[in-house]
Unconditional design. Structure first.
Length: 310
């Protein structure tokens, strides 16, 4: 009996479970597909933040604008110094500076020109022109004053000048790009459309002209870039007698030197003229003397005039 009651109880429990499962399945089938079971507030906030992070951020308005290219100035610098030195020291200092440039490699310094002259023992002049790399030239310029003081002289004046080659370089580069594009079009035209022989020869002549223009323009561009990459230095060595003296009496001294120079110049001109006339005079003098003597002899042999009145 007890077994029957227990079996009936188990069957009733199973029947109740099956009824609840059918109800839940029917409720799920009747529910519309668009309705989702409610989620907790934390999960909804997290999902919203994830969606916002995944969405791409719009670019700023300034980033979309085109930024113009900034062209740095391309300057060719030139420096000049005038040194006042004793007459016997100017040539020695010029030689020292020239040897310092030649001791460096050609990529750092090159001697453009060097000359010196002397008038007597108290007047000397020299000039040295260098083309050098800016960093090397800066260290060289820093010791010019010490070199002049060591030779018993000083720096009279110095000057710095710069030539702006920016526009010239930019225009030259633009010309090269345009000529290169024209060269490409001509080469393509020569390959794709040969045409007759006359047209092909005309295209080849134009192509040769464009290539020559490109080579010449590139050479000019390299020269300008070389001037920007290096700096020019001009050193003038003047003796104290040649340098302009200071003081109130300097105009009188200049006038006296000019007077003596003019007198010496006239004397030199007369001596030069005499040297040209001396040889003709030596040749002509005996001839003139012989002619005069012969004329006197004829006059002596001529009878005196007869006086007819007596």
């Amino acid at each position: 009996m007890r077994a029957i009651v227990a079996a009936s109880a188990v069957v009733s429990v199973l029947m109740a479970g099956c009824g609840q499962g059918d109800k839940s399945s029917r409720a799920a089938e009747r529910a519309p597909t668009g309705i989702v079971s409610p989620q907790p507030m934390e999960s909804r906030m997290a999902s919203g933040a994830a969606v916002q992070a995944a969405a791409p951020t719009p670019p700023p308005a300034q980033a979309q604008a085109t930024i113009p290219a900034v062209i740095m100035p391309m300057l060719a610098y030139a420096y000049s110094y005038r040194l006042e030195l004793p007459a016997g020291r100017s040539r020695d200092l010029l030689t020292r500076h020239q040897e310092a440039c030649e001791a460096a490699c050609p990529a750092l310094c090159q001697v453009v020109s060097a000359r010196s002259s002397a008038t007597g023992r108290d007047q000397a002049y020299g000039e040295l022109v260098l083309q050098a790399q800016p960093a090397w030239l800066k260290s060289f310029r820093n010791r010019i004053g010490k070199d002049a003081e060591g030779a018993g002289g000083r720096i009279l004046d110095q000057e710095t000048a710069a030539e702006d080659l920016t526009r010239s370089i930019v225009d030259t580069e633009a010309s090269i790009r345009a000529a290169t594009a024209l060269q490409t079009r001509l080469e393509r035209l020569l390959v794709e459309r040969p045409g007759n022989l006359q047209d092909a020869l005309a295209i080849e002549q134009e192509l040769a002209r464009v290539r020559g223009t490109i080579d010449a323009t590139r050479s000019a561009l390299e020269v300008m870039k070389g001037r920007v990459a290096t700096s020019k230095l001009t050193l003038s060595y003047v003796s104290r007698g040649v340098a302009a003296p200071d003081g109130v009496g300097s105009p009188i001294q200049e006038a006296l030197r000019g007077f003596l120079g003019n007198v010496a110049g006239m004397a030199a001109a007369l001596i030069t003229l005499l040297s040209f006339l001396l040889l003709p005079a030596l040749i002509a003098a005996p001839i003139v003397w012989w002619l005069l003597r012969r004329s006197r002899a004829r006059k002596a042999l001529r009878p005196p005039p007869v006086n007819r009145e007596g």
